[in-house]
Design a protein around this ligand. Structure first.
Ligand code: RTP
Ligand code: MG
Length: 195
């Protein structure tokens, strides 16, 4: 029983560990979790971020992840992986057949990358805004690409661009049990009571 003023832990997604709260259940296929904030149900999105091989090689991975953490987003999944062509083609399936596809696959398989799942209110659009425009020349200062990148082909980060792509990408990159549902002490200072 949740007492007024107390925060519940995040209700888990299908591939997270604990069972969902019956009172706050969301559709199982969506990359969203339900939180009870001071007795009120609130929807919290999850999004896939890739800190791409160029960021790892440039020793920017920690600084880039710190930006998301400092914003208030919660890391609920994290791994360092060197992916093969098969996974790269699945991740970038939407771009198959485009002139840049082969270069994109070659780049994303060229070295280790960090895959992470971030959770928070409006996490999908919030992270896209933080990443900045695909072309670094068009990315606003203050964004990751606007501050740290100059080439579209080496633009440091990827993020899901919709609820649908987040659902697909979370399933591609993280298996059952690899996403953790947990509360943080700071959440009462980051998340508003009504969500
Ligand atoms: P991402 O998927 O990496 O988050 O980037 P995005 O949504 O901003 O851009 P998207 O259109 O999905 O393209 C994926 C990646 O492909 C490369 N690209 N090259 N040469 C080109 O015209 C071109 N267009 C896209 C970029 O590296 C982009 O991040
Ligand atoms: Mg994209």
């Amino acid at each position: 029983m949740l007492r007024p003023g107390r925060r519940a832990t995040v209700a888990p997604l299908p591939n997270a560990e604990a069972p969902p709260r019956a009172s706050c259940r969301r559709p199982a296929t969506l990359p969203i979790a339900s939180t009870v904030r001071r007795g009120i149900c609130a929807v919290t999105e999850r999004t896939l971020v890739l800190v791409k091989p160029d960021a790892v090689q440039r020793q920017l991975a920690g600084r880039i992840m710190a930006r998301y953490e400092e914003r208030g987003l919660k890391i609920v999944g994290l791994k360092l992986v060197h992916i093969d062509r098969e996974l790269a083609e699945r991740h970038y399936a939407v771009h198959k057949g485009k002139p840049f596809f082969e270069g994109l696959v070659a780049f994303i398989t060229s070295g280790p990358l960090v895959a992470l799942v971030l959770e928070g209110p409006d996490a999908i659009s919030l992270v896209r805004t933080m990443n900045g425009a695909t072309k670094p020349a068009e990315a606003a200062p203050g964004t990751i690409r606007g501050d740290l990148a100059v080439e579209m082909g080496q633009n440091l980060v990827h993020a899901s661009d919709s609820l649908d792509s987040a659902a697909t990408e979370l399933a591609i990159w993280f298996g059952p049990g690899e996403l953790l549902a947990y509360g943080r002490e700071i959440d009462r200072w980051v998340l508003s009571p009504k969500g």
